[in-house]
Structures are given as C-alpha cells and as structure tokens.
Design a protein around this ligand. Structure first.
Ligand code: AMP
Length: 193
C-alpha cells in the first residue's frame, strides 16, 4: 500500500468523555494491525494512547513506542510493546516518530496531539517530508479545527492546496484508502521552472 509500512498515531493521553473516542481508537489500532501496518506512537499506556496500542497488539500488530525519559512514569510507559525507545526529550521523540512512520494520523486528543499533528503537517507544507497527514474525526471533534483552517484560507494565510492536503477521514478503511491514494502537494517554496 503506497509504501506505508508504519503509521504514527497522535492522540490524547486522556480517554475523553465520549465512549466513541475509545471505540474509534480501538478500530484504528485493530485495522492497522489487520492490514499488516505497524503502529508508531508515544509509548504510554494512558488514555487513548493506551487504547490504540492495546488494540493493535491484541490484533497481532507491531507497536513501536517512543517516550521521553521524563514521561516514563507520568504516561505509564507501556510494558508490552514490540519496541519501546526511551529518548532524552520531546524533540527527539517527535523526530524518531517521524523517522519510523510513513504516514501520520491524529485521533481526538488535547494540545499535545495538536502540537504533534501540526509539526507533521507544516513540515509537509515546507517539503521537509512527503508523507500523508490525516485527521481522524469522531463525532465532529475536529470540525472546529477544519473551520479554523478554512478561515485561514479565506484570510490569505493558507493556500487552498495545503488546506486540501490535510486528509480528513471517519473510518479506518477510509484512512487506509486515503493513504493508498496519496499524492504529496508541491512544497510551499518549491521553485517553478
Ligand atoms: P494530549 O493530546 O495533550 O493528551 O497529549 C498527547 C501526547 O502528546 C502526550 O503523550 C504528550 O506527552 C505529547 N506531547 C505534548 N506536547 C508535546 C511536544 N511538544 N512534543 C511531543 N509530544 C508532545
């Protein structure tokens, strides 16, 4: 599938209030494993991060965790992963996750999830990588963010082509199909010839 061997999932270190969030995390973890795609994530056992990793492991998938030393206790480093890399800090965590993954998807989460999503997506815009980046929407959770991005397009801060480069899906099958069909956009500062 379009060279996608491992997918990084960003999601909340809390479970959220809606049981639909955990159901979605379970669906995504299980479907990735079922497709033979490894899961890359933050390595913790807390919240939806724990749910998605447990689901992938239960379905026989490979799971690669990357966690900063300072969060090993706070985020309950998962003891049962295929591999757990304990790294010095957040910067190395994001770099390693980006190296390991062939695509990125954000499930519902908090500010940490947004931070990681936006780094992956803005780096695509700048041409630092060419991997797909997706939002996995559950019950409209990401719609206010989509509206914000549309407002940025209207205000002239974001090109419509980059707005459109952010994949939005609501099912695991649609996520895999979108990754399969992925064509990277021309980077923002590419020279025209
Ligand atoms: P949250 O969505 O706020 O629950 O956070 C989800 C995950 O993002 C947690 O594992 C946080 O440790 C992680 N996170 C928060 N900020 C950063 C950051 N600057 N770089 C990398 N990971 C982060």
């Amino acid at each position: 599938m379009n060279g996608i061997r491992r997918v990084a999932v960003y999601t909340g270190s809390a479970p959220g209030n809606d049981p639909g969030f955990a159901e979605a995390a379970t669906d995504v973890g299980g479907r990735l494993a079922g497709a033979g795609i490894g899961l890359v994530y933050g390595g913790g056992h807390a919240g939806l991060m724990g749910v998605v990793s447990d689901a992938a492991l239960a379905a026989g998938g490979e799971v690669f965790g990357v966690i900063p030393q300072a969060l090993v206790d706070a985020e309950l480093a998962h003891p049962g992963l295929t591999s757990l890399e304990v790294v010095p800090d957040m910067h190395v965590r994001k770099m390693r996750m980006a190296e390991l993954a062939d695509g990125f998807v954000a499930l519902p989460g908090g500010p940490g999830t947004l931070e990681e999503l936006f780094e992956a997506w803005t780096w695509l815009q700048l041409g630092f990588h060419r991997k797909p980046v997706a939002l996995y929407d559950v019950d409209g959770f990401w719609m206010p963010l989509i509206a914000m991005l549309d407002g940025m397009v209207d205000a002239g801060f974001l090109a419509a082509t980059f707005r459109d480069s952010l994949i939005v899906v609501r099912t695991p099958d649609d996520l895999l199909a979108a990754f399969d069909a992925w064509e990277p956009p021309t980077p923002k500062f590419a020279r025209s010839r």
